[in-house]
Design a protein around this ligand. Structure first.
Ligand code: SF4
Length: 237
């Protein structure tokens, strides 16, 4: 798998490799089990049940780094943050920011396009309880690292959704830019901003999970501020 990721020639090739990955036995079992048993509301739908590749502009200046696909969202629809409440919040904000052509993301063929933005997850398969193990995170890292390398020519800002994504960025920075992580590593926080001499700026944002958005810990206004800042730093109009 590491070799397959490293030799991906472009994003389409990388996405094909991701979608055909079976490297984590626990996650393969889980994604397939969820796809077999399904949630009652989606009983009549065929689940994707595979790893979920990145999505968006191949010449993105802004990358949004998430944790992992949701069992009945990305794992169902085959597109990251698509078909779940987290995605509803995220894409509405991207649309308000002028980075998405529509405010919803419900299915892989719904016509959604992103401008100057690419979204991907640190772990590409839905994990039980949304909690990948450290081993699974490390196993999946080569996909993220190669994706970062492939968009490096345009990438200016990374928005890390949550502490897991924030932590996953440092090895990606090393792999993609040859930059050792800062020591001590800057702590994650909503609104945290790290900037090095090489590589993109890093912004921290609370994850768009229901746990945060339903409780008001993360509001639409807070998301708007993060994306306004990301656009400014990335030079996106
Ligand atoms: S989590 Fe990543 S490495 Fe593991 S099976 Fe899924 S795509 Fe492959």
């Amino acid at each position: 798998m590491v070799a397959r990721a490293a030799r991906a020639t472009d994003l389409a090739d990388l996405d094909a490799g991701v979608a055909d990955c079976f490297a984590c036995p626990r996650l393969v079992d889980w994604r397939e089990e969820v796809a077999r048993t399904r949630r009652a509301a989606f009983r009549d739908q065929e689940y994707w049940g595979r790893p979920v590749p990145g999505f968006g502009d191949p010449a993105a200046r802004i990358a949004i780094l998430g944790l992992a696909p949701a069992a009945h969202g990305g794992n169902r629809t085959g597109r990251v943050f698509t078909g779940d409440r987290s995605g509803d919040v995220l894409f509405a904000a991207l649309h308000r920011a002028g980075l998405a052509n529509q405010p919803t993301s419900v299915a892989a063929d719904d016509g959604l396009t992103l401008r100057d933005t690419r979204i991907f997850a640190a772990v590409r398969c839905a994990p039980p309880d949304n909690k990948p193990t450290p081993g699974e995170r490390d196993t999946c890292a080569p996909w993220l690292h190669r994706e970062v390398e492939l968009i490096r020519p345009t990438l200016r800002v990374v928005v890390a959704l949550g502490a897991f994504a924030w932590a996953a960025w440092w090895p990606a920075l090393r792999a993609g830019y040859g930059v050792p992580p800062p020591s001590p590593r800057p702590p994650f926080g909503h609104g945290a901003h790290w900037s090095g001499t090489t590589g993109p700026e890093l912004l921290g944002c609370y994850h768009v999970s229901q746990q945060n958005t339903f409780t008001g810990r993360l509001t639409p206004e807070m998301l708007d501020d993060v994306f306004a800042r990301a656009k400014l730093l990335a030079g996106v109009d």
